[in-house]
Write a protein that binds this ligand. Structure first.
Ligand SMILES: NC(=O)c1ccc[n+]([C@@H]2O[C@H](COP(=O)([O-])OP(=O)(O)OC[C@H]3O[C@@H](n4cnc5c(N)ncnc54)[C@H](O)[C@@H]3O)[C@@H](O)[C@H]2O)c1
Length: 316
């Protein structure tokens, strides 16, 4: 029987692209996109869509039964910068949506879950360079606390109830199809838009703040690789470290200048600087490489070329 897939939070930065790729792979009608709001026109026209609140267990259960869903990708969440403004709302959304899908799997109503964690699980006491899979994790943000707790619950549901839940600690994601949703690494998307529209950008982080980042195509490929791996090869049921590239605002600006020589950048750090300062510079993803064959493809230069080319194309 053809499996059906449900994406919660499908209209966001990752959900949109994940929906396109899964629909291309499995057929449009077997991939149900859902969110509390409508997405962009091309997403809405690409296949079935349900207005669905991931924190509403009964509504979720109904949609899962109706479409005979076997796999859920839970992309609904409140991201790091926004979560600092609305701590309890972030906690409730990030945790209750996760409990809902974990409990549906425990009840055998779905077979497999993807739930993303983040580099925000690390904190100011974590070693910052080549941050290992297992290390000190004392997150100092609301978002990071919710992701770290989520990881423990995923591992617990796997150990106690055999739930097949799989997870990646995504770095900051760079993409051109949708705008980012309120994270600390959003500058690395905004900068390309501004480079094309006004040749100048004011960055909300300091010039030398190095963070782990990844181009969206790599992130989606990693997600599918993990979800398609044999269960026995997935030896980490909290969440896998994953690395693409690492750079600071001055370095991304340099790479843009190579394509747009007149581009200029200045720096006005805001509250997001403190969040960024608590996160690693770079990530050791050797476990993902060893267990399910992960390898990244996009470095900063290739990302810059892809971003500028596609943003220009989309404007025409
Ligand atoms: N984008 C990144 O750089 C990044 C990095 C690390 C981890 N992540 C994680 O990946 C996941 C997706 O991130 P994103 O960047 O696509 O986020 P986003 O903010 O762009 O999208 C989240 C989507 O969830 C929807 N949503 C909000 N509340 C909802 C609810 N109650 N029910 C259903 N949908 C709801 C929003 O409308 C939005 O479309 C999140 O768990 C996020 O923490 C993202």
């Amino acid at each position: 029987m053809q499996k059906s897939i449900l994406i919660l939070g499908a209209c966001g930065q990752i959900g949109t692209e994940l929906t396109y790729v899964l629909r291309k792979k499995h057929g449009a009608n077997t991939v149900i996109a859902s969110d509390i709001r409508e997405g962009n026109e091309s997403l809405m026209n690409s296949g079935p869509f349900e207005l669905l609140d991931a924190t509403d267990y009964n509504a979720l259960e109904e949609v899962i039964a109706y479409y005979e869903i076997s796999e859920v990708y839970l992309m609904a969440a409140m991201l790091s910068a926004t979560a600092e403004k609305f701590p309890m709302r972030a906690w409730n959304l990030n945790m209750n949506s996760l409990f809902n899908v974990l409990n549906l799997a425990k009840e055998k109503k779905i077979d497999k879950i993807f739930w993303p964690s983040s580099i925000a699980v690390f904190g100011p006491n974590t070693p910052v360079d080549d941050t290992p899979q297992n290390t000190i994790m004392e997150p100092s943000t609301v978002y990071g606390i919710s992701k770290q707790s989520g990881e423990r619950w995923c591992n617990y549901y796997h150990q106690k109830f055999g739930v097949d839940v799989r997870s990646i600690r995504y770095p900051g994601l760079i993409s051109y199809k949708t705008m980012p949703g309120g994270g600390t690494t959003d500058y690395a998307v905004e900068i390309y838009h501004k480079a094309l529209s006004s040749q100048t950008y004011t960055c909300f982080l300091k010039k030398d703040t190095k963070l782990p980042m990844m181009f969206m195509d790599d992130a989606i490929r990693a997600t599918l690789m993990l979800m398609e791996s044999h269960p026995n090869s997935i030896k980490i049921r909290s969440s896998y470290n994953l690395a693409g590239m690492s750079f600071c605002p001055a370095e991304i600006a340099e790479s843009i200048k190579r394509e747009i020589p007149g581009f200029t950048i200045d720096y006005k750090p805001d509250f997001r600087q403190e969040i960024a300062d608590s996160w690693p510079n770079s990530i050791d993803d050797s476990m993902a490489r060893m267990h399910w064959g992960w390898q990244s493809e996009f470095d900063l230069e290739r990302t810059t070329r892809e971003m500028l080319y596609n943003l220009k194309e989309n404007k025409q």
